[in-house]
Design a protein around this ligand. Sequence first.
Ligand code: ATP
Ligand code: MG
Length: 241
Amino acid sequence: MALLDVRELAVRVDGKNIIENVSLRINKGEITVLMGPNASGKSTLLYSIMGLQKYRVVKGKILFNGKDITNEPSWKRARMGIGLAFQNPPKILIRLRYLSRKIAELHSFHESLENISKLLSMDQLLDRNIHYGFSGGESKRTELFLLMLQKPKLALLDEPDSGVDIESIRSIADCINRLAENGAGVLLVTHQGYILRYIDNLGRGYVMYNGRIIYEDDAYIVLKKIMIQGYSGLASSHKKA
Ligand SMILES: Nc1ncnc2c1ncn2[C@@H]1O[C@H](COP(=O)(O)OP(=O)(O)OP(=O)(O)O)[C@@H](O)[C@H]1O
Ligand SMILES: [Mg+2]
């Protein structure tokens, strides 16, 4: 049984249909990749899996560990072990050190906070309010840091590599590998795909186009196809939906 099973999902946001007939599966311990051009609906899909309020499922369902969570509120999904690292995270007027300790306590995060903080070079950020004045790369590392402390069973990562320098991409990939080694399923949205060379247990790759999944294959093959054909080429040759 897949950890996450999204079946024929259609999602409407503020009265507008954004996602149509999307099916996707994520296994434990594997990194599943989601790619697609800007505005194709990738973030919307992640928000819908997380159950954020505005994202109204009008058709289909979402199964997590075999349980139908389509109508569960996001806080329940978070308690079940689903976590999201935002593409553009909201600012929070709380010191990062305080929130990270609270999250680590709540989730009995036994691995030393120091360890993971060092891996993601968080030291300079711990005594600042979260995302206030953070650089793009600092925000990405912070999102992943906070997510890891939650020990998620399913990690939804919305472009954790965008705008990140090459060295930090390696640490981000190390963290993603760690999540998977600990048994989490990961859904990774990426534009460049450069990060995939450092990912150990790559699973399937999906391509989203105009709110639909138009192609699915091993993640590396998906990346190669996109490089060669581009999204529109792929859309015209593999139209599924
Ligand atoms: N509240 C809303 N009202 C109307 N349209 C919306 C709303 N929220 C999102 N959309 C639209 O849904 C589409 C998909 O947006 P989404 O953020 O999911 O794309 P994306 O694939 O993540 O793009 P990117 O790669 O740029 O991050 C976009 O056209 C966006 O403008
Ligand atoms: Mg997005």
